[in-house]
Write a new protein. Structure first.
Length: 128
């Protein structure tokens, strides 16, 4: 067991790489980047997990949240972390993750503008 409270899985496990913090982030009428992490450029395969919650307080139009990364073979990868056009509720997302190519960046971003509604997201990006 790791003595580092910011690590998952012991010595070779995941460590907290980026977070929105307890304040979270509000979705916007734009496409901001919320979290990023760049894998070490060591020629090895690396991995990440994103865990998040989204509290929709006014029904959304738009507001898709996406995780973008590069797979070990160099091709683009994406996950929809939170879908667009959500009704009022709390939308939780289990960890999404993948292996990634060395030296590439994982990005958690809003990929469509929130043109109507209101939502707050809290997220952590864990990586190795």
């Amino acid at each position: 067991m790791s003595t580092n409270p910011s690590a998952i899985g012991g010595g070779g496990g995941l460590a907290l790489a980026a977070t929105t913090g307890a304040a979270g982030v509000a979705l916007q009428n734009g496409t901001p980047t919320f979290l990023t992490w760049t894998a070490p450029n060591d020629g090895q395969m690396h991995r990440f997990h994103v865990v998040s919650s989204l509290d929709v307080t006014v029904a959304e139009t738009g507001g898709n949240v996406q995780v973008a990364f590069t797979l070990p073979d160099g091709s683009a990868g994406t996950f929809a972390q939170h879908g667009p056009n959500l009704a009022v509720s709390t939308n939780r997302s289990g960890p999404t993750g993948s292996t990634v190519q060395a030296g590439t960046t994982v990005t958690v971003r809003q990929s469509t503008a929130l043109t109507l509604g209101a939502a707050q997201m809290w997220a952590e990006l864990w990586a190795s």
